[in-house]
Design a protein around this ligand. Structure first.
Ligand SMILES: [Zn+2]
Length: 450
């Protein structure tokens, strides 16, 4: 008797090694693992404690968000005009003003929004200040999280706390020691020096060394300079010896050709946040070298940044962006096909984020993270090609069921672990009112409501 079986799926887009798309498919789950994937007919003999009827549903692997500052922004979403100056500095002031209790409720709501749109794993790139306080939110949501504390030891214009180098190193060691492997292995803790300009060489080298000895990953915010500096920022990292297969470079706008080669040669990975870039006028199609990175064999994951950067965390919308902006700006319809966009959010993203072979595909032996879309919605029809319909026609709003590690966390489009979602939202809004008043950070609407 298996734990869970989903049968009669209209389509299962497996993103497995053969990129199989199965019609009338079934998936069997035992002890958090996928144990069978086949046609429903072929698996009739297998019973399960619970059977989900997948008729008129499209299944994909649980998606991975490679860059999602989850813990603060939901309380103050949408307060910034697009052309605000020093947004990042204001972000860090608000983030620093948040209490542990506030961080717990904003995190729980953020994770819930994330799961409800089909994302089952996230990298929180150093935002969470009170990991122990929010652990219950991660526990309840049941998702996978790659967490860490971002540290700097050089003065910076964005109001990030600056530590002595030794203290910064100590903080990373302590966070990895206390968090790595928690939540039955669903939580991993990475080292997170914030960026090259805000960290000394000593700090970056130490962060990489901790990642090496603790069998974890180092990530940092990174950008090239379109080749105008010599050496390039990526060359500087390589010369320090801090690039490698356990390094994830986030954003990576403005990479010169040489930098792409260095990243490929060292085996490092990249996360790109298309929605943040387009909203901030960052020139994604010219400065975002996604087609070239993929051509060079670099594993790339998609991220959405925070709800005060892009301001959404729906990876289906992020897939749509990467599958369209490059075609438009470069006048080339062969760039980033919808299948590639889905790979970035699933199998390739899993590779980029240290989950090669364990996440990102509906395949026997992988962890049982699955998303079922309700394909009765008009925007899913007519349905002949589920990948094209997903990337170009749908949003994460049509997610019906989300399974993480074999556990159903969203059902009928609602979280199974939050009794009263509206009360949670009200609590988060109250936190936002307090943070805005405590920090004095507020921006009038272009059309002030009266
Ligand atoms: Zn970030």
């Amino acid at each position: 008797m298996a734990d869970l079986k989903i049968e009669h799926l209209e389509f299962a887009v497996t993103v497995d090694a053969d990129r199989r798309v199965l019609k009338d498919a079934a998936v069997v789950i035992e002890a958090g693992l996928i144990t069978q994937v086949d046609k429903t007919d072929a698996l009739v003999g297998i019973g399960a404690e619970r059977v989900i009827d997948g008729r008129r549903m499209v299944a994909i692997p649980g998606m991975l968000n490679g860059h999602l500052h989850i813990s603060y922004a939901h309380a103050v979403r949408g307060i910034f005009p697009d052309d605000v100056e020093n947004r990042l500095a204001q972000v860090f002031v608000m983030q620093t003003a948040m209490t542990a209790e506030e961080e717990y409720v904003t995190t729980l709501l953020g994770l819930t929004e994330m799961l409800m749109s089909g994302t089952t794993s996230l990298v929180d790139p150093g935002t969470t200040r009170f990991p122990e306080a929010v652990m219950a939110a991660y526990e309840a949501a049941g998702c996978r999280v790659m967490i860490g504390e971002h540290v700097t030891d050089l003065p910076n214009p964005v109001h990030l706390p600056v530590y002595d180098t030794a203290e910064a190193i100590g903080r990373m060691e302590a966070s990895v020691a206390s968090l790595h492997g928690r939540l039955d292995g669903r939580m991993t803790c990475w080292t997170m020096p914030f960026s090259l300009p805000t960290c000394s060489a000593e700090l970056l080298i130490a962060a990489k060394a901790i990642a090496d000895t603790s069998d974890t990953i180092m990530t940092l915010h990174h950008g090239g300079a379109m080749g105008i500096t010599d050496p390039t920022p990526t060359r500087t990292l390589a010369d320090l010896g801090v690039l490698g297969p356990n390094v994830v470079l986030s954003h990576c706008m403005g990479l010169a050709d040489e930098e792409i080669r260095i990243i490929a040669d060292t085996g490092a990975s990249v996360v790109m946040c298309p929605s943040t870039v387009v909203k901030s006028g960052g020139g994604i199609a010219s400065h975002g070298r996604l087609p070239e990175l993929l051509e060079a064999g670099v594993p790339v994951a998609l991220g959405t940044d925070s709800v005060n950067s892009s301001n959404f965390i729906d990876l289906v919308r992020a897939m749509h962006l990467v599958a369209t902006v490059y075609k438009d700006a470069r006048g080339d319809t062969s760039l980033i096909q919808p299948e590639t966009a889905l790979e970035l959010a699933t199998s390739t993203g899993a590779m980029a984020l240290g989950h090669r072979g364990t996440l990102g595909a509906i395949e026997v032996g992988r962890r049982a993270d699955l998303v079922l879309f309700d394909a009765t919605r008009p925007h899913w029809r007519a349905l002949t090609d589920p990948v094209r319909n997903l990337v170009y026609g749908a949003t994460g709003d049509s997610v019906d069921t989300v399974i993480v590690d074999g556990h159903v966390k969203v059902e009928g489009g609602r979280p199974t672990y939050v009794d009263d979602l509206w009360s949670l939202i009200e609590e988060v809004e109250r936190a936002g009112v307090r943070i805005r008043s405590a920090t004095g950070i507020d921006h009038p609407s272009a059309w002030p409501p009266s």
